[in-house]
Unconditional design. Structure first.
Length: 499
């Protein structure tokens, strides 16, 4: 048991403690046993008889104490001025100096982190967004202006786009990616011959996943008659190229010509070959050499405004070129792919592009787009004239591009834009020449996030997008615009024949 306090032990020899003191001493002994006090106390950090005075503690001392009511040991540490301040006296709150090695290690760690992020991003981008070395070009004739681009019969090519899987492109004995061989249609079948460009061709998706393969099955289910679709669409199947191949279409014995159009078809309406629409060849010489030559011309004119403007134009041109080069890398493509996954970011970026890309979305179309619509109408007139002479109906539809589908789905768009504008223009052109126009754009209002069914950067529909388009086309084609595809039409035809 702990020793009794000194004051209580000081009794005279032979003097007996009163009974009440014995009770107090016993209680104190029990308390000290339960809550023992540190022997040194605070006296060890203060001068003699200064514990209750205003004198400071002994400099650089430390004491510990636990009072009776506490279960924890308290430490009292005093700095060189005898104060319990937590910081050294006379130094305010001055931070310690950084060791010299840290001045080298911290920048090195930062640099290695940046390098790791750059290399890691590049590794992921190269793994996910990698094009194949093989393309469809060996299976195509690209230099015949009398026919435009056409497939080489009985060839097979493989190609992987940056965002797509590796896809097979198999051409039949007539050079078409039709999923069947060319020749007479099945007895009793209603044959649709589809014409058009890369979306109809099924670019970046397997043939069985394209809406050209899915549509006849859905039409057969809805109409109750056998429907087959022969696909004559081609890469770079522009309107001008389509009008050149009309005799090929008639050779497949069509009951209907079906033309799914895109904004790109209108922009390239007059071109027959890809090279005709390629940008003009740039001036030879390095970028810096061309800039220096142009700057010398500006300096020789002695015009400060001209010199300043030329320097600004050269810097802006150089910056745009570097951005385009970065976008062409796998890392740049990864960044673009991630940004374009956002609907708002994609629409904002698309509308900020040049008029040549988004002019068809403007409520008041530019002179350029008005001219391209005029070129398109010339091709429509030629195709419709031949179709009318052959007694085959021409049916057209506009398939929206990614930005257009997103704007229609969200139901709002910036002032000065109208995603239905081109749709109305095409309807007027097609119907004025005797064709039939079906409209699927209003159906996109009920589709949630339709832009997710397109490749974000490339813009072509993916497999889910083709399935969506097939369903919308089947709905509109069997809604009454095409009498032969109305539900129950096959029974009426059979009854008429029997009669």
């Amino acid at each position: 048991m702990p020793k009794l306090p000194v004051e209580i032990n000081k009794t005279s020899a032979g003097e007996k403690l009163p009974s009440r003191d014995w009770i107090a001493v016993s209680l104190m002994s029990v308390t000290n046993w339960l809550y023992p006090s540190v022997q040194i106390g605070l006296q060890g950090c203060f001068g003699k008889d200064s514990l209750s005075s205003a004198a400071p503690a002994i400099p650089n001392s430390a004491c510990s104490e636990r009072i009776s009511e506490s279960k924890y040991l308290a430490e009292y540490r005093f700095h060189s001025c005898g104060h319990r301040a937590g910081i050294a006296c006379g130094w305010a709150s001055k931070e310690p100096k950084l060791p010299r090695t840290d001045w080298f290690l911290l920048p090195l760690v930062s640099l290695l982190t940046v390098v790791f992020l750059v290399l890691g991003t590049r590794f992921i981008a190269n793994r996910k967004f990698r094009e194949s070395t093989s393309t469809t070009l060996p299976c195509l004739v690209l230099n015949d202006p009398s026919t435009g681009v056409r497939g080489i019969p009985n060839t097979v090519c493989w190609q992987k786009g940056m965002e797509s899987d590796l896809v097979e492109y198999r051409f039949n004995s007539c050079g078409h990616r039709a999923g069947m061989d060319c020749g007479p249609k099945l007895p009793g079948a209603y044959r649709i011959v589809m014409i058009g460009s890369s979306i109809n061709f099924g670019m970046w998706v397997a043939q069985r996943q394209s809406f050209a393969a899915l549509l006849p099955m859905e039409l057969s289910r809805r109409s109750g008659r056998k429907v087959e679709l022969y696909n004559e669409a081609m890469q770079w199947g522009t309107p001008a190229r389509t009008s050149l191949s009309f005799n090929e279409m008639l050779a497949e014995q069509p009951d209907m010509l079906f033309w799914a159009l895109t904004p790109t078809d209108i922009a390239n309406a007059k071109f027959v070959l890809p090279s005709a629409a390629a940008p003009a060849h740039q001036e030879r010489g390095s970028l810096s050499q061309r800039h220096w030559n142009q700057l010398k011309i500006a300096i020789s004119s002695h015009s400060i405004a001209m010199i300043a403007g030329d320097i600004w134009n050269q810097l802006a041109s150089s910056w745009r070129l570097r951005v385009e080069r970065f976008r062409g890398t796998s890392s740049g493509f990864l960044l673009q792919h991630l940004l374009y996954a956002s609907r708002s970011q994609y629409i904002r970026s698309y509308l900020a592009a040049a008029d040549s890309e988004n002019g068809f979305l403007k409520a008041s179309q530019s002179e350029r787009w008005s001219g391209e619509l005029g070129e398109f109408e010339l091709c429509v007139g030629d195709i419709e004239r031949q179709a009318h002479a052959a007694g085959v109906p021409l049916v057209a539809v506009l398939v929206p591009n990614r930005a257009q589908a997103a704007m229609i789905s969200q139901g709002e768009w910036p002032a000065g834009y109208d995603p239905y504008k081109l749709d109305d223009e095409l309807r007027t052109i097609i119907e004025s020449h005797g064709g039939i126009y079906v409209d699927i754009l209003p159906d996109f209002r009920a589709v949630a996030d339709p832009e997710q069914n397109y490749f974000p950067v490339d813009g072509h529909p993916d497999a889910a997008g083709h399935a969506l388009i097939a369903g919308l086309l089947a709905k509109e084609l069997t809604a009454g615009a095409i009498p032969a595809l109305k539900p129950g039409a096959s029974q009426q035809v059979a009854s008429a024949k029997e009669y």
